[in-house]
Design a protein around this ligand. Structure first.
Ligand SMILES: Nc1ncnc2c1ncn2[C@@H]1O[C@H](COP(=O)(O)OP(=O)(O)OP(=O)(O)O)[C@@H](O)[C@H]1O
Ligand SMILES: [Mg+2]
Length: 354
């Protein structure tokens, strides 16, 4: 994780560090609803390094899937990308044509969508679904594989996600949840993308299968030296997988840190509470939830939206100050606000609220 650089002067030629796979800057995705604008992803910036495993966590409705879909340019009305950039291999994805973006999907960046197991076509055999994905996204200058070559490719992909060759002949309803999730992963890696976004790949699976799926995702990541953006809401589960954790709250990133730092020294009250609420085996403590509810993303009030739930004592006017995401030490970013950060005074010199 490195800093999100300020807006470049020349959007046509975005700068990008060599070790950065995907740089997201000021990314916004809004839904226009009859009741107003839902700012589901609001000014999110982070960078995903080459080979990095970045986990994005946050409670339901915090904007994780909206961000994942937005980065893939799969946002559907009433949603739209309202601003920002997502730079992959020196190209700003937001400025690509639909056709150019179609070429990027699977080849450079692939998504295992939330509920992937329900997104498979129920009337098409698994092998056919994998090969269709390959044909659809194959570079124009690459010859189309013949039948035998395609069969070999499909079998090799199934093998990489831990499935037997015979699975190619099955229909989705003949597979378990974990197997379907593996098929979705096989489709995602079919053209060896450099970035894989996996949105809650283990939800609705039992604990053992969850662990196996995470291991497979880890092996795929290593095999491709890909960068993974893993979306989840279970801090404990992602901690075992991720190098870096980003925590979202109400459409914004409130803290990003290397996983150890996040667990040892979370600075923002929200991740702190999330971590405190992870149950442990040896300590029979009462499980604490986070009091209050996430606010509606419709017409959010100004200032620090976490303030009403913050356990800290602060002056009411402190909650009205718009927090800023600031790098407090290398790779550790926090949305600084007196209403949400206990040691605020220690970092106050880093913020210029302008
Ligand atoms: N089509 C839509 N129209 C209006 N609002 C939407 C739409 N889709 C999502 N939203 C709103 O955007 C916000 C973010 O939703 P999103 O699905 O991205 O959350 P999430 O963090 O992925 O949640 P979960 O953990 O439940 O998957 C929510 O407030 C949701 O109500
Ligand atoms: Mg989601």
């Amino acid at each position: 994780m490195t800093t999100a650089t300020p807006e470049s002067e020349s959007p046509a030629a975005p700068e990008q560090n060599d070790d950065v796979a995907l740089q997201v800057e000021g990314f916004k995705v809004y839904y226009e609803t009859p009741r107003g604008t839902v700012r589901a992803v609001d000014d999110v910036s982070f960078s995903l390094k080459q080979g990095e495993r970045f986990a994005l966590v946050g409670e339901s409705g915090s904007g994780k899937s909206t961000l994942a879909m937005g980065l893939m340019r799969l946002t559907r009305p009433p949603g739209h990308i309202a601003g920002g950039r997502a730079v992959l291999k020196g190209q700003d994805l937001i400025s690509l044509s639909d056709e150019e973006m179609r070429q990027v999907r699977l080849r450079d960046m692939a998504l295992v969508p939330q509920g992937a197991m329900n997104s498979l076509n129920p009337v098409m055999r698994v092998g056919q679904q994998i090969s269709d994905g390959i044909i659809d996204h194959l570079p124009e200058d690459e010859p189309k594989p013949n039948k035998a070559e395609m069969r070999d490719r499909v079998v090799a992909l199934l093998d990489r996600v831990g499935l037997q060759p015979m699975v190619a002949r099955l229909f989705p309803h003949e597979l378990s949840g974990g197997m379907k999730q593996r098929v979705a992963m096989a489709i995602a890696i079919s053209l060896s993308p450099s970035v894989i976004i996996a949105d809650e790949p283990t939800s609705a699976l039992d604990v053992i299968v969850q662990r196996q799926i995470m291991q497979t995702l880890g092996r795929l990541q290593e095999g491709l030296n890909a960068s993974v953006l893993l979306v989840g809401h279970d801090m404990g589960l992602v901690a075992q997988f991720a190098d870096t954790v980003g925590v979202m709250y109400a459409g914004k990133l409130v803290e990003v840190a290397p996983v150890r730092t996040m667990f040892k020294n979370p600075l923002h009250a929200y991740p702190r509470l999330l971590i405190e609420s992870i149950p442990t085996l040896d300590e029979k403590k009462r499980l604490v939830g986070i009091p209050g509810m996430q606010p509606s993303l419709l017409n959010l009030p100004p200032g620090d939206v976490f303030a009403p739930r913050s356990p800290l004592k602060f002056e009411p006017e402190d909650a009205l100050v718009e927090p800023k995401l600031v790098e407090v030490e290398p790779g550790h970013w926090v949305q600084l606000s007196r209403a949400s950060v206990e040691d605020f005074d220690k970092y106050a010199h880093l913020v210029d609220y302008g």
